[in-house]
Design a protein around this ligand. Sequence first.
Ligand code: CU
Length: 280
Amino acid sequence: MTAITGLVVTGCGSSTSLSGPDHGSTTAPDHDAMPGMADMPTGDGLTTDASGFHFAGATSSLAAGQPASFQFRILGADGKPVTAFELDQTKLMHFYLIRSDLTGFQHIHATMSTDGTWTAPLAPAQPGTYRAYASFITKDPSGKAVALVLSQLVTVPGTAIVMPLPAASPTTQVDGYTVTLSGDQIMAGTEHPLTATVSKDGQPVTDLQPYLDTYAHLTAFHDNDLAFAHLHPHGTVNGDHGGPTLSFEAMLPKSGNWRLFLQFQTAGVLHTAAVTLSVR
Ligand SMILES: [Cu+2]
């Protein structure tokens, strides 16, 4: 359908990725130019094990309604904790938490102690079933870089008040900002350019600050099974002048509804916009 078609706002000259005839040929160099991009994981993040590595959470339960620490280790094929990681978008570890109804999103940069134990300080979580993800780059025994997203289920005891998934929409609001998605209908398993445009009070926003080496960080979770996807941004950052358009390469591995979490920063404050995207 045309859920996100026809709403393109081309507010600046950098938004040329939507339909350039040589788009395909520019994709690879773009990714190579960004640290970690060439090693983006391809799985759906739904397993605790991949490529000989194991995600070992210290617990599968968190107390409801209070700040908590989630500790975990990444174990190698030899069963020993991995302690050598590579920077990916300026961080060694990206940790995500999301509830089964795609609410309660948290994106945390965990810190590691010398024995390989990672600690993610979490904001209070409401009762329910969650999935906790670790996204990282490390090296396999042969020295080859491996980018992985591993996850496990985490329960927050109590009575869960499950929210219905908001209907697919090209636009959403957060902290006074409006985020509008545009681009072709996204088909499962193929790369599509996706543009997010940020405005405030009807005016284009052009003071986005760099966040993790980009002007926007976009993660997506699939309705029902919580499959994970990280959408790759185009372009490089240059001071606090990001926006109003943000270009991504969207590769969503399966059809259905995805909940997108777009994080961007202005005046030192991080904003997280959530929107539902329908993939065919
Ligand atoms: Cu992160």
